[in-house]
Design a protein around this ligand. Structure first.
Ligand code: ADP
Ligand code: MG
Length: 250
């Protein structure tokens, strides 16, 4: 289980809090969608669990254990438990798709007994054409790059999967296809998934558990239908309205 207890994050100790007294529990085996306007703290919330940023106050816990502060040597072990796809994918442009996929797990000392077999299996699972493994990211389409980033995050078979707008940069047709695939993948993997999106329809498509952030605070949490029927405040109402032009896929 992933948990925040009253977490505030101030970058540079500034007056403005990226996260402001956030408490949140994410149960094991669930898919949670994290949504909200740009700058509301979505990426910051993910970074806390892999200790890329530490809380200014409050506590971050993974399975009831505190996440060590950034720079602590125990972080290595913690990060093995996570697959993390950063915003924009984070692929290395100078490495082939194969090297991109395997680098992280080798660095974490998690070289599977047979990395080639593992890679084959994941390429199939994530619909990434094995014939593309020799290519560089610049030679792949947007959708192929996103698939590769997900393959990479899954290489060491993590317990938790953190996805930061994994479909953000894709055109609508490719995106719709990948949404279907990803949802099926989540169901099949049965991992604890936290997925960031700025699209409410996408959030609703992936999860019954939507966490809507506003300026570093949780504005409302729950299924889409509950938000629509009883929005917590004017912000939620406005956010739903602004997005209502988009159809919520079933
Ligand atoms: P989101 O992912 O929802 O767009 P972020 O978590 O990236 O939001 O950012 C939340 C707030 O923190 C924003 O105001 C952003 O400008 C600020 N912020 C994010 N990262 C940093 C950083 N490394 N240094 C200073 N401020 C940051
Ligand atoms: Mg972000």
């Amino acid at each position: 289980m992933l948990r925040l207890r009253g977490v505030t994050v101030r970058y540079d100790r500034g007056a403005h809090a990226a996260l402001d007294d956030v408490s949140l529990e994410i149960p094991e085996g669930s898919v949670t969608a994290l949504i909200g306007p740009s700058g509301c703290g979505k990426s910051t919330l993910l970074r806390l669990f892999v200790a890329l940023v530490g809380p200014t106050s409050g506590a971050v816990e993974v399975d009831d254990q505190p996440v060590p502060p950034p720079g602590d040597e125990r972080i290595r072990r913690l990060r093995r438990r996570f697959g993390y796809v950063i915003q924009e994918g984070g692929l290395f442009p100078h490495l082939t798709a194969r090297a991109n996929a395997t680098l992280q797990s080798r660095k974490l000392g998690l070289g599977s007994a047979d990395p080639d077999a593992r890679l084959d299996e994941l390429c199939e699972l994530c619909h990434f054409d094995r014939g593309l493994l020799a290519r560089y990211p610049g030679e792949l389409s947007g959708g192929q790059r996103q698939r590769l980033a997900i393959v990479r995050a899954l290489m060491h078979d993590p317990e938790f999967l953190l996805l930061d707008e994994p479909l953000g940069a894709l055109d609508p047709v490719v995106r719709a296809g990948l949404q279907d695939e990803l949802r099926a993948l989540f169901a099949r993997l049965a991992k604890t998934v936290v997925m960031v999106t700025h699209d409410l329809a996408e959030a609703a498509f992936f999860s019954e558990d939507i966490v809507l952030l506003r300026r570093g605070r949780i504005a409302q949490r729950g299924p889409f239908a509950a938000m629509r029927e009883s929005p917590a405040d004017e912000f939620v109402e406005g956010f739903l309205e602004a997005q209502s032009a988009r159809e919520v896929p079933s």
